[in-house]
Design a protein around this ligand. Structure first.
Ligand SMILES: Cc1ncc(COP(=O)(O)O)c(C=O)c1O
Length: 390
């Protein structure tokens, strides 16, 4: 049986704001794709801290980079230069497209920066146009602008009045974007694979048509690769599957291998921030940047982008016999959608069986394991899910 110690859950009730429901387990240690609870029980982790731990738990290179940099220099603020920050920016640009980077601490902040870039760009280049077209059901984070951009009423409505300037259309409907574009439009902001709503990949040709529309109408294309970036989908960045390049790209989650970091990359056309426009005390600190550099090095050294593509196919093939009405995904970002509202009981039963999966709603279960997952672990996960699915 999974368990959470009385004191942990009671202390959480008493002292933590109750912003979400937790599953009844307290984790204390992790190694690779396995985590251990406070009774020493082990779990195979197909959630990876919500698509964060690309290299699994306590990867030796991450641990070494953390301790090395912690002993050297942890934080200085951005009043000064630090080497890991510029090196990380250089590496991200080499891996993606000609751009410059701004570093923050989370996906929401990376998107806030992108939204501010779009607004400033509109003020400079499009007579003060400020509206951003986004997809209904997308997820861009929980700050006020990001949650408004997301277009999920359950997350935004309690916080009205919301900032103006966001127009929502159905995902995978390029014609809808074209129909709502006006003089006030400044950008289109999309996830290449919608993650939080249940892993919905961009349809073939969608991003290309949106890119062309943005080019023809002088709009910025902002792609939120917070969840899809850095190898998860079997390419360094998910937009590479579609053969398009955004003007602005946001990253977070996997970048720090578990250490908080966000990044916003803007190409020369969109690179409008000037001194004083934006900032972050912690953003781009030497500790998170040194670890992120190590994560990128290990992903490259160990061929984890190709591995994610390969193991993603294996994982996708393995979830076909679990009674789902649909399975979908790209690389190691997969989902099962059940006809019946049984995603949460399925998730809970998996946890009881020693497997961590993530029910994103009543019908859909998301699988976003570390990129280092092995074929044996995919088999093991499949066997556990098959037993749970009955
Ligand atoms: C696509 C996407 N964008 C942004 C965010 C927000 O990131 P964070 O929770 O680090 O603010 C998430 C988090 O799930 C996400 O999946």
């Amino acid at each position: 049986m999974t368990k959470v110690t009385q004191s942990t859950s009671e202390l959480a009730d008493k002292y933590l704001m109750q912003t979400g429901r937790r599953l009844p387990v307290t984790f204390v240690r992790g190694r690779g794709c396995v985590v251990y609870d406070d009774s020493g029980r082990q779990y195979l982790d197909l959630v990876a801290g919500i698509a964060v731990n690309l290299l699994g738990h306590s990867h030796p290179d991450v641990v070494a980079a953390l301790s090395r940099q912690a002993a050297e220099l942890i934080h200085t603020s951005n009043l000064y230069f630090t080497q890991p920050q510029v090196e990380l920016a250089k590496r991200l640009v080499e891996l993606s497209f000609p751009a410059r980077a701004f570093f923050s601490n989370s996906g929401a902040e990376a998107n806030e920066a992108a939204i501010k870039i779009a607004r400033k760009w509109g003020a400079k280049n499009r007579d003060g146009a400020f509206e951003i077209i986004t997809a209904t059901g997308s997820f861009h984070g929980r700050t006020l602008a990001a949650v408004t951009a997301g277009g999920q009423h359950k997350y935004s409505d309690p916080f009205k009045p919301l900032p103006p300037g966001f127009v929502h259309v159905d995902f995978n409907d390029a014609a809808a974007i074209e129909a709502v574009t006006t003089d006030k439009t400044v950008a289109v902001m999309l996830e290449p694979v919608m993650g939080e709503i249940g892993v919905i990949p961009a349809a073939p040709g969608y991003l290309k048509r949106v890119r062309e529309w943005c080019d023809r109408n002088d709009l910025l294309l902002i792609l939120d690769e917070v969840q899809t970036g850095l190898g998860r989908t079997g390419r360094w960045f998910a937009h590479q599957h579609a053969g398009v390049t955004p003007d602005v790209m946001t990253l977070a989650k996997g970048l720090g291998g578990g250490v908080p970091i966000g990044a916003t990359l803007a190409n020369p056309r969109a690179d409008v921030f000037e001194p004083g426009d934006h900032g972050s005390t912690f953003g781009g600190n030497p500790l998170s940047c040194a670890v992120a550099l190590t994560v990128l090095q290990v992903v490259e050294r160990d061929g984890l982008v190709g591995h994610a593509a390969e193991l993603g196919e294996l994982l996708h093939a393995s979830i076909q016999d679990l009674g789902a009405r649909q399975t979908r995904g790209l690389g190691l970002m997969q989902a099962l959608e059940f006809e019946e509202p049984k995603a949460k009981p399925f998730q809970n039963a998996c946890l009881e069986s020693g497997l961590i999966v993530n029910a994103v709603d009543d019908h859909t279960v998301r699988l976003v394991p570390p990129l280092i997952i092995t074929a044996e672990q995919v088999d093991q996960a499949h066997e556990l899910m098959r037993r749970v699915a009955g």
